[in-house]
Design a protein around this ligand. Structure first.
Ligand code: RIB
Ligand code: CA
Length: 313
C-alpha cells in the first residue's frame, strides 16, 4: 500500500504540533504534501511560524508551509491563549524558524494540489477551524469531487463543549465554515472531544516521551506539561488530551478507533448553541449520514504508536 497523500491544515497549538510530528515520523504511511496554517488557537502570524518551528524540530525543514485565512468567514476570531499560551506553543523554547514560508496562499495551494493530483488520492486533515477548507470549497466547488476524505479534529456530542457549554473550539470559531464542510458531500471522519478526551497524557505517558531523551521527546513532554493545565482544572483530567494527534493516528492505524456513520449538522443560527455539532448518534432522525463520528479509541495502543514513532525523529 503506498503512503497516503495528505495536506495538514492546522493552528499550532501543542496538540497540532504533536500531530504534525507523528505524520512526519511516518513516511511509510503518510506523504505530507504540505502544511497550511489557519488562524485559531493563536493568530495566523503565530500559527504559520509555529508550524515551521515544528517542521524544523522534526528535522524536515524542506516541508512546504503555507499561510491561509487570518479570520473566520463571517465572525471575529476567537483564540485560545488561555489553553496554549501567548505563543500558542508554550512549554518548550523552540528557535525561530529559518525555513521559508511559502509565498502562495494556503487556499490556492490546496486548490492547485487537488487539481494536479489524481481525483480521490489526497486526504485533507484539518486540525483547527475549518476556514481554509471552506474557502477552498467556496472558491473552487470542483474540489469537493476530488478530495479522497476529510479527517478532522472537531465537534463534541456526549462530551459537549470545551469553549462554550455546547461547542468545541474548532467548530465554534468558524461554524459557517464547518457547516460548508459537513454539507460538502466529501467523506468526513470527525474526531470529536468524545474520543480525544480519552487520549490523555498521563504522567507515565509523559515520562515515556521524556525518556526518549531526544529534542523531540523532551519538547513533546514540555508541550503536554504546559497545556494539560486547562483540562486538569476544568475536567479534573488525568493529563493533556491529545486532540489533533488522533487524526494522524487514525490515518496510520484506523483499527485503534471506533465510531458510527451518522448525520452531523452544525448550529449556525442560535447564539446559545452556536457551533454545536448536532450528532444524530442514536439515529432518531431521517437526516442522511454525512460523517463517521468517532467515539472511542484504544488509548494505550495510541500512545504506544505515538511514542514509537516520535522516537524515530
Ligand atoms: O478543541 C480542541 C481543538 O481546538 C484542538 O484542535 C486544539 O488544537 C484547538 O485547535
Ligand atoms: Ca488544533
Amino acid at each position: 500500500m503506498p503512503p497516503r497523500k495528505i495536506i495538514i491544515d492546522t493552528d499550532p497549538g501543542q496538540d497540532d504540533a504533536i500531530a504534525i510530528l507523528l505524520a512526519l515520523a511516518s513516511p511509510e504511511d503518510l506523504t505530507v504534501l504540505g502544511i497550511t496554517a489557519v488562524a485559531g488557537n493563536v493568530p495566523l502570524p503565530l500559527t504559520q511560524e509555529n508550524a515551521r518551528k515544528v517542521c524544523e524540530l522534526a528535522g524536515f525543514p524542506e516541508t512546504r508551509v503555507f499561510a491561509g485565512c487570518d479570520a473566520p468567514l463571517k465572525r471575529p476570531l476567537h483564540t485560545a491563549e488561555h489553553v496554549h499560551g501567548q505563543t500558542g506553543l508554550d512549554g518548550p523554547t523552540l528557535p525561530a524558524p529559518t525555513m521559508p514560508l511559502q509565498d502562495q496562499h494556503a487556499v490556492d495551494f490546496i486548490i492547485d494540489t487537488l487539481r494536479a493530483e489524481p481525483p480521490g488520492t489526497v486526504t485533507l486533515c484539518p486540525l483547527g477551524p475549518l476556514t481554509n477548507i471552506a474557502t477552498v470549497l467556496q472558491r473552487a466547488p470542483d474540489i469537493a469531487g476530488r478530495v479522497q476524505e476529510i479527517v478532522l479534529m472537531g465537534g463534541a456530542y456526549f462530551e459537549v463543549g470545551n469553549i462554550t457549554p455546547t461547542a468545541e473550539f474548532n467548530i465554534y470559531v468558524d461554524p459557517e465554515a464547518a457547516d460548508i464542510v459537513f454539507k460538502s458531500g466529501i467523506p468526513v471522519v470527525a474526531m470529536p472531544l468524545d474520543v480525544t478526551h480519552k487520549a490523555l497524557v498521563t504522567k507515565a505517558r509523559n515520562d515515556a516521551f521524556r525518556a526518549l531523551d531526544t529534542p523531540v521527546g523532551i519538547a513533546v513532554a514540555q508541550m503536554t506539561d504546559f497545556f494539560e493545565r486547562f483540562d486538569k482544572e476544568k475536567y479534573g483530567s488525568a493529563g493533556a488530551p491529545l486532540h489533533d494527534p488522533c487524526v494522524t493516528a487514525y490515518l496510520i492505524r484506523p483499527d485503534l478507533f471506533s465510531g458510527r456513520h451518522i448525520n452531523v449538522e452544525i448550529e449556525t443560527g442560535s447564539e446559545l448553541t452556536l457551533g454545536m455539532t448536532v450528532a444524530d448518534w442514536w439515529r432518531v432522525t431521517d437526516r442522511p449520514a454525512n460523517a463517521t463520528f468517532i467515539g472511542d479509541l484504544n488509548a494505550q495502543g495510541f500512545f504506544d504508536l505515538l511514542t514509537e514513532r516520535l522516537a524515530r525523529l
